[in-house]
Each structure stands twice: as structure tokens, then as C-alpha cells.
Design a protein around this ligand. Structure first.
Ligand SMILES: Cc1cc2nc3c(=O)[nH]c(=O)nc-3n(C[C@H](O)[C@H](O)[C@H](O)COP(=O)(O)OP(=O)(O)OC[C@H]3O[C@@H](n4cnc5c(N)ncnc54)[C@H](O)[C@@H]3O)c2cc1C
Length: 381
């Protein structure tokens, strides 16, 4: 049986569900969200829950700043305790050259209303007394950054979206997007066809495959990133700690578990979600260099997901030139959760033909053809 919807969202991660939520809030409810697996099967159910505004590009700083404000209100909106804990983010530098860049980053962040601070190693140690600062040259810190519990956000959105009257179907894979000229006619799925003229590509690591189905091209490449969690321990670590140079990040959850990951610079692109021994060894060794007190903690689980990467590590938003009403909300690399509230609001506004709350012209896919790219330098892992 062929069904009909005004819009179909491909992907039941934070951005697919967040976009549905913002559409629904504006009374646009003839929408179907599809996921080929369960909600949160993609990176949204596999990430570190980090919410950071300390970025190097204006667009990312603004997106993250507005999103942080929205996360502060989201508990009330979704009537759910999302465990948003604003213990800050401590970003460590181990080289003078990088420290000089950090100073410039802080200036830009302050100018854009993010209250980050440049710190000496000793000041960093005051925030995390267990930190080994022998090789640390400088740090930055922003108190209103923090962590959130990703599954609670996803299911909070899903519950609200269903209440508003939007349909969600799990275990339904989109296999083709049928177009005629530059118009979308229908979406083919593993469970039947759906007539629609509006499709939102929120397919995370699979987004370039989904774009191909409609005959559009986006440059996104999925790259595996691994992460782990330990047994719970008495809380002693307030902020998320990260180092761009080591590709490491770690924080302690409200329940006491240490959650952290490290990027493998030699990781080949591809749809690989297996755990590796490389990760276990390199994460543990690096973690102990940072905080020797972690010696003897017990990891209970490791897993992997994808960074959906773009050449400038910035997201792709808005429609594509080839096809009408084919909206992209993808390419988030390792920061698609923390920017999602603002991104999803703007995506809903674009779909409805409204003036977007934030200018996203520099984040359109056309930038790869006709603009000088501004590469985001604050990517961890
Ligand atoms: C290890 C790791 C740690 C991270 N840490 C952080 C962090 O601390 N903070 C942060 O902000 N970000 C982090 N990220 C990145 C963040 O998780 C992602 O950017 C974000 O979750 C992307 O959400 P999304 O909704 O766009 O895509 P996803 O969550 O990937 O969702 C895409 C969905 O699309 C579905 N799908 C794909 N193809 C089809 C199809 N053909 N038909 C139907 N459904 C389909 C998939 O099943 C999937 O559920 C991390 C990522 C990883 C992997």
C-alpha cells in the first residue's frame, strides 16, 4: 500500500527526531520519520554526550552557543531529566604554537558571547587536581559546556514527536528516492512506497548513500570512532577533558562512570562499527598519562560509531541545487549532538519557507564548489 506524507525524514537520530520536533511545534505534523534500525542506532546512540561551545569557526561557535541555551530549556520542554550537567570543558594544549591558537580562539569565542577562559597549567590543575600537568603548556575552560545523556534526548524527542501526531517507523529502510526532473515523487522503503515531495536526509554516516539515491552529491565520508565506559566510581571529575593533539576526550557521568574515546589517525573511511584492540590499548595508555589515578579502573564496555565527516569538518545544511525540497542535515563529524537543537530548528524553518533564525549560507553544500572553505580546527579524535 502506498502512503502519503508532506515530508519524510530519513534517520531516527537526534537530528531527524529534532527536526521532526521543530516541525511539529509549528503545527506541521504530516511527517514520517523512518529509521532502518532502532532509534539511536546511528552515532546519536553511540556518542560521548559532550556539549561544547569552544570552537574555532564562527558558524560552529554560534550554533553551539544557541544550542547550549536550548539544551538548558529542553528538560522542561520534553518533561524529562536529560542529565544535562554543566561541569565545563577543559581543553588542554601541549605545544606553544597550539597554545597561541587557543588564545585567538578564546578571543573569538568571547566576542561571540561564549565565556571561555585561557588558563595556565596550574589553573587547569585547580579544576582537575588529579591531572598530570608536566607536559601541559596551556588550557582553555568554559563552565557552561558539559555533558548530556544522549538516549534520554532521543527518546524524549521521540515521545514528544509522537504526542504531537508525527509518525515514526523503525526497522524501515529507505532503498530509493524517486525523482522526476528536479522534483521528488516518492520514497521506496523495505516496507512499501511513500508518496512525498519533501525529504530530509538525516542519515548520519549513511547520508552520502541516501543523497545518491536522489541523484544528489554530497562529499560526506563515514569514519569509525571508538568509545568506552568504565564501572561507576565516586565522582571526582567535573568537566569533560579533551586534547586535540592526542585525540582523546573523557568525562564522568552523573552515575560515576568514566566515558571516553580516542581517535585513530590511521582509521580508514568506511562503515565499520567493530571495536578494536588498538582502541583499548591507546585509550588506556593515554588516559593514564593524563590522570595516573585511573590506573586499575575497570572498563565494562567498548563500542564504535561513525563520524559523518566533510572536507572542512562543518555540517551540511539546507537544500541541494540538483533536487527541489531535498534537505540535508548531516556531515557533523564529531559534534552533531551538541549543535543539534539550533540546526534542527533552522532546518524546520527552511522546510517551511521561513526566515532561518541563523544564517546558514556558509554551511550549504554549494560551498564545496564555489567558496573558500573555513576548516574547523577544534575537532577531537
Ligand atoms: C564515538 C562517538 C563519539 C561522539 N561524541 C560526540 C559528543 O561528545 N558530542 C557531540 O555533539 N557529538 C558527538 N559525536 C557525533 C554525534 O554523535 C553525531 O554527529 C550525531 O549523533 C549525528 O546525529 P544524526 O541524527 O545526524 O545521525 P545518526 O545518529 O547517525 O542517525 C542516522 C540514522 O539514520 C538511519 N539511516 C541510515 N540510512 C538509512 C536508510 N537508508 N533508511 C532509514 N534509516 C536510515 C540510521 O539507522 C541512523 O539511526 C560522536 C560520535 C561518535 C561516533
Amino acid at each position: 500500500m502506498t502512503e502519503k506524507y508532506e515530508a519524510v525524514i530519513i534517520g531516527g537520530g537526534v537530528n531527524g527526531l529534532g527536526t521532526a520536533y521543530h516541525l511539529g511545534k509549528k503545527g506541521f505534523t504530516d511527517v514520517l520519520v523512518l529509521d532502518k534500525s532502532y532509534l539511536g542506532y546511528g552515532a546519536s546512540g553511540r556518542n560521548g554526550g559532550g556539549i561544547r561551545q569552544q570552537w574555532t569557526s564562527e558558524d560552529n561557535i554560534k550554533l553551539a552557543r544557541e544550542s547550549r541555551k536550548m539544551f538548558e530549556r529542553l528538560d522542561d520542554e520534553l518533561e524529562e531529566d536529560l542529565e544535562f550537567y554543566q561541569g565545563g570543558y577543559l581543553v588542554l594544549s601541549f605545544h606553544e604554537e597550539e597554545a597561541a591558537e587557543f588564545k585567538e580562539n578564546v578571543k573569538l569565542q568571547n566576542k561571540l558571547g561564549v565565556d571561555s577562559k585561557f588558563l595556565s597549567p596550574e589553573e587547569a590543575k585547580e579544576i582537575v587536581p588529579e591531572l598530570d600537568i608536566s607536559d601541559v603548556v596551556a588550557a582553555t575552560f568554559n563552565q557552561s559546556d558539559g555533558t548530556i545523556y544522549p538516549f534520554k534526548v532521543i527518546h524524549g524527542y521521540a515521545d514528544r514527536v509522537r504526542e504531537i501526531g508525527i509518525d515514526i517507523k523503525e526497522h524501515t529502510e529507505v532503498t530509493d528516492i524517486v525523482t522526476q526532473g528536479d522534483e521528488i515523487k516518492k520514497v521506496k522503503t523495505s516496507e512499501g512506497n511513500i508518496k512525498t515531495d519533501t525529504v530530509i536526509n538525516a542519515a548520519g554516516g549513511w547520508s552520502s548513500k541516501v543523497a545518491e539515491m536522489a541523484g544528489a552529491e554530497i562529499p560526506n565520508v563515514p569514519v569509525r570512532h571508538e568509545i568506552m565506559v568504565t564501572e561507576p566510581y565516586k565522582r571526582f571529575l567535573d568537566p569533560m577533558v579533551i586534547s586535540f593533539e592526542h585525540g582523546i576526550y573523557f568525562s564522568q557521568s552523573e552515575h560515576g562512570n568514566i566515558v571516553g574515546g580516542i581517535g585513530n589517525p590511521d582509521e580508514e573511511p568506511g562503515l565499520n562499527q567493530k571495536g578494536s584492540l588498538w582502541f583499548l590499548k591507546n585509550f588506556s595508555d593515554t588516559l593514564l598519562d593524563f590522570i595516573p589515578r585511573f590506573s586499575g579502573v575497570h572498563m565494562i564496555r567498548q563500542w564504535a560509531g561513525f563520524y559523518d565527516t566533510t572536507p572542512d569538518a562543518q555540517p551540511i545544511l539546507g537544500s541541494v541545487p540538483e533536487i527541489e525540497r531535498f534537505y540535508q542535515v548531516n556531515g557533523f563529524s564529531g559534534h552533531g549532538f551538541m549543535v543539534s537543537p539550533m540546526v534542527d530548528k533552522v532546518t524546520a524553518e527552511l522546510i517551511l519557507g521561513e526566515q532561518p533564525s541563523m544564517d546558514i549560507e556558509r554551511l550549504r553544500v554549494e560551498r564545496f564548489e564555489d567558496m573558500d572553505l573555513e576548516e574547523e580546527g577544534g575537532v577531537v579524535g
